[in-house]
Structure formats: C-alpha cells, structure tokens
Ligand binder design. Structure first.
Ligand SMILES: Nc1ncnc2c1ncn2[C@@H]1O[C@H](COP(=O)(O)OP(=O)(O)OP(=O)(O)O)[C@@H](O)[C@H]1O
Ligand SMILES: [Mg+2]
Length: 276
C-alpha cells in the first residue's frame, strides 16, 4: 500500500521564488590526490563550486577529470589535501546519512536481501526507524519509482534499470541533504537511460531534493542539470560553470540545445574557446 506522499514525507522547503535559496554545499579550492606506491596522482586542482538547496548540479567532463573523486570527497570517503568541503557550513568529516551515493554499477544492492529489505535496512540502521516505519517508508519510495509490485523480489531477478530504480529509492528514502549520483545511467541502453533521466526529473519535482550528478555525457548534463560545472583533466580543473535550467527533457531537438552541446564540446576540447 502506498502512503500519501504529501502527508508522510513532506519534501524539504524549496524556494521557487526569485530569491536565492540557501547555500548547502561548498567546495572551496579543493585538491584531491591518490598516493600509490610509486607516485602521487593529483586528481583535482583547486576546484571550487557551490551547490544551493534544490539544485541539480552536474559535474561534467571527460574521463579522468576527477568527477568520481570529487563525489567521493563530498561523500566523505576521501579527504582533500588542500581546500575545504562544507555541508551547511560544517566541514565534511567522513561519510554520513546526509549524503547518499548512487553508483553506476548494478551490483550495489546486497543480493541476499529482497528489494524491500534493501531499501528498509539502511532506514533501520541509520535512521533508527522501527521495522514497521522502515517498511512503510521503503514501500512509499518503491512506489515512487514504480517498483512497489517487486518489493519481495530479489535483485538478481531485476533488469539493470530496475536495480538502479531500487538504488534511487533506497537513497531517496534516507532523505539526504544531497543525493550524489556517479554516472547512474551510464550502463543502461539508450532508451532506458532517457527514461531514467525523465524519471529522475519527475522525482525531483515531487520529492524536492538537492542533486549532485556526475556524467561525461553533455546531453545528459543539459537535460538533468540546472547548473553545470565543466572540468578538464590531468589534473581536474574547473573550465567553466554554466546555467542549464532553460532545458528540459523535451529540449534535445531544439537548436539552442544543440548550440549548447557544441559550445560545451568546444570548451572541453578546444583550448582556444573563450569562457565568457
Ligand atoms: N584509486 C586510484 N589510485 C590512483 N589514481 C587514481 C585512483 N582513482 C582515480 N585515480 C586517478 O585520478 C584521476 C581522476 O580519476 P576519477 O576516477 O575521479 O575520474 P573521472 O572523471 O571520474 O573519470 P571517468 O569518467 O572515467 O569515471 C585520474 O587521473 C585517475 O587515473
Ligand atoms: Mg568516474
């Protein structure tokens, strides 16, 4: 049975007026490094950006520009060697339930748990909900992603797209301050990918969360994001920041959309393109 969304889990306040909403995440001059036995790899160099409540903020750039590393740092899995990352004005210190990550891989669900148990378990552990409360909230979010009928199924019986929906339901059920997504649709076929992008935007409309989304697809960035940070590799640096709120899921045929795709392509791959 699906619960009434507006009564049980009211979304956090979102400011739809012209007034700016609150700054939620601040990444300030962040250097991130990996230390291997032979050498130190600098993954990002002096990267800065701010994410505001209700943003769909996209990190876009080619392979190796440090997108995943940045997401891991925001999630608290990696500590910056320089610079700061703050959530609600407080430094990020390790992972927390206020930042939940959805990964690209389909195998992020424990296979021995049913779909319902997968979504309910973190609610029991991290949110300390009773069995009944966790079950109710899990069913609510499974219903939101269209999988209430599969609550008792095991992950191996689901398609890749369905598994990603479960992972999204599990993340949203935790009601994080920021939902972090690392190329969540990259392993899906093109049609399913497009459908999932549309679903994500619908969920964002309904559940009103803040999203930090990583992709190397320019089209996906323009469709999913309202703001886009362009990164160039070796080490990852900020090339530009763009607004993309003017585009929706139906924009991809439009000439201004195609012009934006071409411009971003030039910014990423043509050093002579000027940033205005
Ligand atoms: N575990 C690791 N050990 C050493 N170097 C690493 C490690 N993970 C990533 N790197 C390096 O850090 C840099 C950034 O990697 P990262 O995975 O963040 O890039 P990305 O933008 O997510 O790329 P992709 O689009 O391929 O996922 C790269 O130069 C990469 O080789
Ligand atoms: Mg990556």
């Amino acid at each position: 049975m699906a619960a009434n969304p507006t009564v049980l889990y009211p979304p956090p306040e979102r400011d739809n007026s012209s007034a700016p909403s609150a700054k939620l995440l601040t990444v300030d001059n962040v250097n991130l490094e990996y230390r291997t036995r032979e050498r130190i790899v600098r993954a990002t160099h002096q990267v800065s950006f701010d994410v505001y409540g209700g943003d769909r903020f996209v990190l876009l750039g080619p392979s190796g520009c440090g997108k995943s590393t940045l997401l891991k740092a925001v999630a608290g899995f990696i500590e910056p060697v320089a610079g700061t990352i703050q959530i609600d004005g407080k430094p990020v210190q390790g992972p927390g339930a206020d930042r939940i990550v959805v990964f690209q891989e389909f195998d992020q669900l424990p296979p021995w748990k049913t779909v319902l148990q997968n979504v309910a378990f973190p609610l029991r552990v991290a949110k300390k909900l009773s069995r009944a409360e966790a079950r109710e909230r899990a069913l609510h979010f499974l219903d939101k992603v269209g999988l209430a009928a599969f609550a008792d199924a095991y992950p191996h019986t689901l398609s890749g797209g369905m598994k990603q929906r479960v992972a999204i339901a599990r993340a949203l059920a935790m009601q994080p301050r920021v939902l972090l997504m690392d190329e969540p649709f990259a392993a899906l076929d093109a049609l399913t990918r497009r459908k999932m992008q549309e679903e994500l935007l619908r969920l964002w409309d309904e559940a009103s969360f803040t999203l930090l989304f990583v992709t190397h697809s320019i089209e996906e960035a323009l469709i999913v994001g309202n703001r886009i940070l362009l990164l160039t590799p070796h080490p990852g640096r900020v090339r530009a920041e763009l607004n993309s709120h003017q585009f929706t899921k139906d924009s991809s045929g439009r000439s201004d959309f195609q012009q934006s795709v071409a411009r971003i392509h030039r910014l990423l791959f043509d050093d002579t393109e000027a940033v205005q």
